[in-house]
Write a new protein. Structure first.
Length: 570
């Protein structure tokens, strides 16, 4: 018993330490990113302009030839007021669709893709590119950035082109810094998702909240990866919106699952209604703002936050443990998202919300562990009570008295009596520490007990069984307890025997044992099911099967009927 408790305490300690590790790691990311992105200089050290000019194809026939493609030229005036570090080359970041050449003061500094020309198809460029400005052209003063190119694909999309001036080294370094910490954050969510999936698969209690939390962590991992995959691979502008759509659908899924998780954790009364309203709102946002990807994601997040706040506030008002913490976490996420750039603010806000969810799960896991340990203690205490009942003084006195009588009257039968008693104690001792035993062991115990009691009470007892599967298992002393109650509460027959019939059936979703005691019942003052024996049976069933069982015991015309139905794991 003590060994089992120590094992469960160690298991709980390991899980609790894992939760603390995850919370520490997530908290570290939040603090670090807040310091990082609130202290970093943005891309505004130099004057920039996002004015875009489009020119029809006919104006550039002389320059590019008659290609039939969408030809454009963009001229942007910029002014360089200062250079922070003249030893570091000046860089130019260009965001735009198409394939184009980039000129700085009419000097070619680079190309993005290959422009379409007569007899040559366009090779699409990427949406974001970086160029180094020659040092001799980086003087303080006014400059002109010129882009000449084609946009053969997605002609209906006119996103405009903007440029940003920055240190060339910083332009390349900034995405690497962002990626490094976002990848660490993504790794933490991936580890958490794998852990919770394993926890759900290997748990006897299939809790929906555990599965939901694992899915949410996995989706958030995917969201981080998809958001920053543009820094890993070159994505042609023709496929730019594929990534945006995936980000939108991931945000949609997270916006549904997070409030649902809170509803389940806080036992929210109107789950179905709120889920329908939530889905309706999200779908309406998607339809109304179709092709407005960033706006759609922002509105998805706002609806998720609002729904979660309603559920958490309701829990806090009902004084449910953890409700107030989630409310504070949601307010903190809103503050972060308000004061920071959208992408970073959104991810940090999501992380704070996941931290709140993780805290809720630690509370629930602790409650489950405590309940399970209490169940083990109750089961062990009742088990000891049953053993004590079999070896208590009056039982031993009555048994020994009967044994003396049998030895004096019939030494041969007395030997049989002694062997039966010894066999019963041997079986009881062998199975006392087991959680589950084979049904055949249980039946042998019942048979030995009936043999002993037939000598003690000098009453005929019969045992019968139907369709028993010897491969099935059952908690120890379950039917032994029922048989003992049947002996105690049945009147001795004037002739014939008290008969115990155990039958077994197996259906698609459950298996059922039925034990019928064929005898006339004694009159009892209280409900038979409220005794120590029945409490032991329920405790044992709860220990082995959780909530996936049903126990009934009641009087019938033939005597007393007991059924135990064990459902498949849900």
């Amino acid at each position: 018993m003590q060994t089992a408790l120590r094992a469960f305490e160690m298991h709980f300690s390991i899980r609790y330490l894992f939760y603390l590790y995850l919370m520490y790691r997530f908290s570290f990311f939040i603090v670090f990113l807040l310091l990082l992105f609130t202290s970093c200089k943005q891309y505004n050290e130099y004057v920039k302009s996002d004015v875009t000019y489009y020119i029809d194809d006919d104006h550039f026939n002389d320059y590019l030839g008659k290609s039939g493609d969408s030809i454009f030229k963009v001229t942007i005036d910029v002014e360089l007021f200062t250079r922070e570090n003249k030893a570091t080359p000046l860089g130019l970041q260009v965001n735009g669709f198409g394939a184009f050449d980039v000129y700085w003061d009419n000097v070619l500094v680079g190309s993005n893709g290959i422009m379409a020309k007569s007899g040559q198809a366009e090779v699409p460029g990427t949406e974001t590119t970086y160029y180094q400005i020659p040092e001799k052209l980086s003087a303080i003063g006014k400059h002109v950035v010129t882009l000449v190119g084609t946009q053969s694909h997605l002609r209906e999309v006119r996103r405009g082109i903007d440029v940003k001036l920055e240190s060339f080294l910083r332009l390349h370094r900034a995405p690497l810094i962002v990626m490094s910490y976002m990848n660490l954050m993504a790794g933490a969510f991936l580890i958490a998702s794998i852990y919770y999936f394993f926890l759900y698969i290997n748990s006897t209690r299939k809790e929906t909240t555990v599965l939901l939390f694992g899915i949410i962590c996995l989706l958030f991992f995917c969201l981080l990866i998809i958001e920053y995959v543009k820094f890993y691979i070159d994505i042609p502008y023709t496929r730019f919106f594929i990534r945006m759509k995936i980000v939108g659908w991931l945000t949609f899924a997270i916006s549904v699952l997070v409030p649902w998780y809170f509803m389940l954790q806080f036992d929210f009364e109107k789950k179905r209604l709120f889920l329908i309203l939530l889905l309706t709102s999200l779908i309406a946002i998607y339809i109304v703002n179709y092709h407005h990807y960033d706006l759609t994601a922002i509105l998805f997040s706002d609806v998720m936050w609002l729904t979660s706040m309603v559920v958490a506030s309701n829990a806090a008002a009902r004084k449910i443990k953890g409700g107030l913490i989630v409310v504070v976490g949601l307010f903190a996420s809103a503050a972060v998202n308000y004061f920071m750039f959208y992408d970073f603010g959104l991810f940090i806000a999501f992380t704070i919300i996941v931290l709140s969810m993780l805290y809720l799960h630690t509370i629930r896991a602790k409650a489950i562990e405590e309940a399970h340990n209490a169940s083990l203690l109750l089961s062990s205490r009742l088990q000891l009570e049953l053993i004590k009942k079999n070896i208590q003084p009056h039982f031993l006195r009555n048994t020994l008295t009967s044994l003396i009588d049998w030895v004096e009257e019939s030494p041969q039968q007395g030997v049989v009596f002694i062997r039966a008693l010894a066999d019963e104690f041997d079986i009881m001792n062998a199975i006392a520490e087991d959680t589950l035993i084979t049904i055949r062991q249980e039946i042998d115990l019942c048979r030995k007990h009936l043999e002993v009691m037939s000598f003690r009470k000098e009453v005929c007892y019969e045992w019968d069984e139907k369709e028993i599967d010897d491969n099935e298992t059952i908690p120890p002393a379950i039917f032994h307890t029922i048989v003992e109650n049947g002996i105690t509460h049945s009147l001795p027959p004037k002739q014939g025997c008290i008969r115990f019939c155990l039958s077994f059936t197996k259906e698609k979703n459950y298996k059922q044992y039925t034990l019928l005691t064929e005898a006339k019942n004694r009159k009892i003052r209280k409900d038979k099911s409220s005794g120590t024996g029945f409490k032991y049976i329920k405790a044992r069933l709860n220990e082995s099967y959780g909530d996936n069982w049903q126990f009934d015991s009641f009087a019938v015309e033939e005597g007393w009927l007991t059924t135990i139905k064990i459902f498949d794991k849900r």
